[in-house]
Write a protein that binds this ligand. Structure first.
Ligand code: AVJ
Length: 347
């Protein structure tokens, strides 16, 4: 335990502004020239997008955050006892709101919030470092589909991925991600996953199309991100928000739909994109799960579910898993691998 409090957070940038811009350009070019058109949901989260998402989490119709929080409040003690982790890593931590429940129960030595959005991450990491003076806060700017192998490895780790963010990944990418998680876990480490469950379409659609129009703003904000970052000239008022349940795939889909025939220019890409009247561009999928099927998916990826909990209504679930026997790597001894950043094996 440190006698002097640690009031500042350290920030490690794995996903630099330059890499991020390169990825943004490549993904937007591919997405806007595909049929049907699509954008990756990670581009929602500029400062305004992160704020809008925060507002969504407080909407009466958006039950996900409240349901997950109630599970964590009820079972954080049990999770702490089962994992005994000294490092809490949170993927896609955003404002690290629900994290406080885990931090209070686990009382880890170190917290590693990990997110693509550098602005949000800096602010929340700084706030947490001040609130928990004995906690070492090492914020990491990264993309969870690329940078898991670069996470710090010392001590027993609890890797948390909450909020049903995993639902943003289509099945193949989800399987790859889970395999990555299993490969990252060392003996004694654990994975805590929050997932939204399949329920009546009416409630799902309501959660993604709120009467106050916050989700609409959140969705259309991605066009403003493209305008600013790629010199685009999207007329945001010429698009509308669409949320629908895809019953076959069992995921929510969000689109922006062009209200008229129009051409949009993206100067940074030297690209002109034509939209038909009524044409939809996919901006997000949010998969909903069945617990038993998900447990099998985890197992296929090399993760064994130890326990799961749901809220009283059965809307949302939190699962605790570890790497399957034999697939978990033995803990590293003192030597550090050269592909890891220096801090990865520091205590
Ligand atoms: C942060 C990806 C979990 O899919 O529910 C909220 C984002 N989109 N409203 C979700 C979101 C529309 C959210 N995730």
């Amino acid at each position: 335990m440190s006698a002097t409090g640690n009031l500042t957070a350290e920030i490690e940038v794995l996903f630099s502004a330059e890499e991020r811009n390169t990825e943004l350009r490549e993904e937007v070019r591919v997405g806007l020239t595909s049929t049907p058109k699509e954008l990756q949901p990670k581009w929602f989260y500029d400062e305004r997008g992160s704020e809008l998402f925060e507002t969504i989490t407080r909407l009466p119709v958006y039950y996900l955050t409240r349901a997950e929080r109630s599970i964590l409040e009820r079972h954080a003690g049990e999770i702490a006892a089962m994992t005994d982790a000294t490092t809490l890593i949170e993927l896609g931590s955003g404002t690290s709101d629900k994290t406080r429940i885990l931090l209070d129960a686990l009382a880890p030595r170190r917290f590693v919030p990990f997110d693509v959005s550098e602005v949000t991450l800096r602010a929340s990491a700084q706030r947490l470092a001040r609130e928990y003076p004995d906690l070492e806060v090492l914020a990491v700017v990264g993309d969870f589909e690329h940078h898991l192998p670069l996470l710090p490895t010392n001590g027993r780790r609890l890797l948390a991925f909450l909020g049903s963010t995993i639902g943003n990944l289509p099945p193949r990418r989800r399987a790859l991600f889970l395999t990555d998680v299993a490969a990252t876990l060392e003996d004694g480490d654990a994975f805590l996953l929050g997932v939204d469950l399949v329920k009546t379409p009416a409630r799902l659609v309501a959660a993604y199309d709120d009467p106050a129009g916050v989700t609409r703003e959140f969705n259309l904000n991605v066009l403003r991100v493209l305008n600013r970052e790629l010199g685009g000239d999207f007329d945001v008022s010429a698009f509308e928000h669409v949320a629908r349940w895809n019953a076959e795939a069992e995921w929510m889909e969000m689109f922006v739909r062009s209200l008229r025939e129009q051409t949009v220019r993206l100067n940074a890409l030297e690209l002109e994109v034509a939209f038909d009247a009524g044409e939809r561009m996919l901006t997000e999928i949010s998969a909903k799960f069945h617990l038993r099927r998900l447990a099998i998916e985890l197992e296929t990826a090399g993760l064994a579910v130890q326990r799961w909990w749901t809220d009283d209504a059965g809307d949302f679930a939190v699962l605790l898993a570890s790497a399957t026997q034999g697939s978990a790597k033995p803990r590293k001894s003192g030597t550090s691998c050269s592909t890891r950043p220096a801090w990865a094996d520091m205590s």
